[in-house]
Design a protein around this ligand. Structure first.
Ligand code: DGI
Ligand code: FE
Ligand code: FE
Ligand code: FE
Length: 188
């Protein structure tokens, strides 16, 4: 087991009030999805709670961590949006002593997905997108998709995210495309 109060203190010390509260909402929604779809509720909740732990770190720290943890150097061509999950999981391991790979993978995959997403990964990925304070155009359709099936929710979110990135002339991390190609055929 883990000491949730201690993790909350760490989260609070690392994050703005706005993002800390977002993480608590994602924890709750992720646990709800896990219960709905017979996924491990505690893993989905813990990953949901911690998913943005590293989001407010400076770029230099992520760049150093990419090198010290020997992660794919292509990551250096991206930014905080991509780093805080993939690299953030390594920071969480080092600083919080969370070693459960199911939890760490859900954190790694919460922004860009993966072709190998598990139930826990899907709950966190979707919860981050549909938590109650999200209010972008299309969020109600995303909530409906999530209520149809986890795969439908994941496919909807990847399509919406890629559309949004293209609309804004943003570069797309190749794993995001791989995830889209894989899951767009799996949503029912
Ligand atoms: O951390 P959150 O804001 O709660 O949400 P998130 O982790 O799902 O997304 C973080 C940011 O990353 C968001 O602005 C969208 C962006 N993003 C998602 N996929 C890609 C991406 N940015 C780039 N450049 N490329 C991607 O493939
Ligand atoms: Fe995030
Ligand atoms: Fe997300
Ligand atoms: Fe988030």
């Amino acid at each position: 087991g883990f000491d949730r109060d201690k993790l909350l203190t760490s989260m609070k010390s690392q994050l703005s009030d706005f993002r800390y509260k977002h993480c608590l909402r994602v924890e709750k929604v992720s646990r709800g999805l896990a219960a709905q779809y017979n996924v491990d509720v505690d893993k989905a909740g813990l990953a949901g709670l911690l998913h943005d732990y590293a989001k407010e770190r400076p770029a230099d720290e992520f760049k150093a961590a990419i090198k010290s943890h020997n992660l794919n150097r292509d990551l250096l061509n991206y930014g905080n949006g991509i780093w805080h999950g993939i690299v953030g999981a390594e920071i969480i391991k080092d600083e919080l002593g969370i070693y459960d790979e199911d939890v760490l993978n859900a954190i790694r995959r919460h922004t860009v997905g993966s072709t190998r997403m598990t139930g826990v990964d899907k709950c966190v990925f979707i919860a981050d997108f549909i938590e109650p304070k999200r209010d972008f155009p299309g969020v109600d359709d995303a909530r409906k998709a999530a209520d149809t099936s986890l795969n439908t929710g994941v496919a909807f979110e990847l399509k919406h995210t890629i559309e949004h990135l293209v609309d804004n002339n943003r570069t797309i991390y190749p794993v995001t495309f791989e995830s889209y190609n894989y899951w767009i055929t799996k949503g029912e």
